[in-house]
Design a protein around this ligand. Structure first.
Ligand code: FE2
Ligand code: FE2
Length: 303
């Protein structure tokens, strides 16, 4: 059974929203480093009792920088995927073509948006925060998988951005208003992407053999494992960035505790919020019910 989403509906909603990067960041619109950037549900820094509230805020902001860089990275493989998916249907239904090109255009804008926020962050934060990559290598790895495997991974990525905003940001009055605005504007457009990507997954799965579907879910697992490996390295980078920013001396145990907390926060942010998302799981179930059970069995390790 197909979803009730349509390309025409997604395009109409998207055209109504339509914001510019320049409306959100730059000029008077600056990050306020006296505020946290990320909701605690994602940042997960307040359990580190050996940190002062100021130090917790610095670590929260480092996780904010990581979020900007991570989404920048994810958008880098979504954009070529959507463009490739659009090309064979260019002479087909007008709404279909326009909706896909709008989708691609928005992801290109999001890449720009996340880059601009990273520039603002780097200007205001005062010390360097390293990030895994390079993006080209990640893109090459992800796009080496089958179209259905990648589409499922992208669908996961689209749904998590909605969940991050709705559950942790929308009603949160403590966060920096610029960072909150970034998450809100991203959410507004991602809301259409979840619908279009559901349609893409359904289309690609509709012509796939059972073997191809099995392979696609195995690949979804591989892409998840790849993100998890990257997160382990990134958790180390974030701890280093915290030490550089605060000049705080951490004992071996404190350092380990910090790296573990960051990794736990990253696992929930990038993996758990998707693996337990009811709408993501509903699409998975329609394609292969056993895959839903398998994802649900694996999910607690990332929650
Ligand atoms: Fe995006
Ligand atoms: Fe998106």
């Amino acid at each position: 059974m197909r979803s009730s989403y349509s390309y025409q509906g997604a395009l109409e909603a998207s055209e109504r929203i339509n914001w510019r990067v320049e409306d959100i960041i730059g000029g008077e619109k600056r990050l306020d480093f006296s505020k946290p950037f990320m909701p605690e549900s994602l940042a997960q820094v307040q359990g580190l009792k050996f940190l002062s509230s100021e130090e917790q805020r610095v670590l929260n902001q480092i996780r904010g920088h990581e979020y900007l860089a991570m989404f920048g990275l994810v958008e880098e493989f979504i954009l070529p995927y959507v463009v490739d998916h659009a090309r064979p249907v260019l002479s087909g239904d007008d709404y279909h073509v326009r909706a896909l090109l709008q989708f691609a255009g928005e992801e290109a804008k999001h890449i720009h948006l996340f880059k601009r926020f990273r520039q603002e962050f780097e200007t205001g934060f005062g010390s360097k925060c390293e990030f895994i990559g390079p993006a080209q290598e990640v893109r090459k790895f992800v796009l080496s998988h089958s179209p259905l495997g990648v589409a499922i991974a992208i669908l996961h990525s689209e749904w998590i951005t909605l969940r991050h905003y709705i559950e942790g940001v929308k009603e949160n009055q403590d966060l920096d208003s610029q960072f909150k605005s970034l998450l809100k504007h991203h959410w507004l457009e991602e809301s259409q992407h979840t619908k279009m990507d559901t349609l893409i997954v359904e289309e690609v799965a509709g012509t796939a053999t059972e073997k191809e579907i099995d392979q696609a879910f195995q690949e979804y697992g591989e892409i998840g494992a790849f993100i998890d490996e990257g997160s382990k390295q990134q958790a180390e980078f974030n701890t280093e960035a915290f030490i550089a920013a605060t000049a705080r001396k951490l004992s071996k145990t404190e350092r380990q505790e910090m790296t573990d907390a960051i990794l736990k926060g990253m696992r929930w942010t990038y993996l758990g919020t998707g693996m337990t998302h009811p709408n993501f799981l509903a699409t998975v179930e329609k394609i292969k019910p056993a895959a839903k059970t398998q994802i649900q069995t694996m999910a607690p390790a990332f929650c």
